[in-house]
Write a protein that binds this ligand. Structure first.
Ligand SMILES: [Zn+2]
Length: 237
């Protein structure tokens, strides 16, 4: 299994002209996904040497297959999949569907893990946290919400395992932690008697302070594309 290419449909749902984001903003998100999943992002040079052996090229790429635009009077969609009911995913078995809309409540985005209902499969990202140019809001203006949510869509958990020290993320090379990190943590940040991988895309840090997937995460993501895997059809298997 070499480089995997995932076709992407983007659904832009807007209640005003500003939210009807430019094609350049859509393309910038695809570019960020490709850079981050191929480890060609130019900020990985900050990586502490402790994690030199963990950082990896996931060999997953993304191609924009279509952008769909929908005007709506709804100004806040929440996290209960309402936007997906209003504008259903298109061939979710073979395409990653991303909805871009105002979620509200300070939520950056949310994703469905593999194996769920196909009618709600995909990723939702708040308009101002989507892409790295145009109508974006710091400190989440570098497209890393997209990288994080697509990580969930490809079976990754948060690096603290959503629990205390012994709660695992099912990835061996991300050190244990007891909760999320925010902002831009200094190195080392010690929790559970080890240095947190705060620069991992699956933490909660600012966009400019996360810049890596680990080898274990790569393997966990790629396993779902193998024949019989939960997203095999996405990779043509
Ligand atoms: Zn998350």
């Amino acid at each position: 299994m070499g480089v995997i290419n995932i076709p992407v449909y983007v659904h832009v749902v807007y209640s005003n002209s500003v939210e009807n984001i430019s094609s350049a903003q859509v393309n910038s998100q695809i570019s960020v996904l490709n850079a981050d999943f191929r480890k060609t992002n130019n900020d990985a040079n900050q990586l502490p040497s402790e994690f030199d052996n963990a950082i990896t090229d996931s060999e997953i790429e993304f191609t924009l297959a279509g952008t769909f635009r929908y005007a709506s009077s709804n100004t806040s969609w929440g996290t209960n999949d309402a936007v997906k009911s209003a504008y259903p995913p298109i061939t979710p078995e073979t395409h990653l569907n991303i909805w871009v809309c105002s979620i509200g409540g300070g939520i950056l985005g949310y994703a469905q893990f593999p194996g769920g209902n196909s009618s709600t499969d995909g990723v939702v990202i708040g308009t101002q946290y989507f892409g790295s140019t145009g109508y974006v809001a710091a400190p989440f203006d570098k497209g890393r919400t997209g990288t994080h949510e697509v990580g969930h869509y490809l079976n990754l958990r948060h690096i603290w395992g959503d629990g205390r020290c012994r709660q695992d993320d099912f990835v061996a090379d991300t050190p244990s932690s007891d909760g999320p990190n925010y902002g831009c943590p200094s190195y080392p940040t010690v929790n559970c008697k080890s240095n947190d991988m705060t620069m991992n895309y699956m933490d909660y840090t600012n966009d400019t302070c996360m810049y890596m997937f680990s080898d274990g995460q790569r393997n966990r993501m790629r396993a779902i594309f193998a024949p019989g895997g939960s997203r095999a059809a996405l990779a043509g298997n």
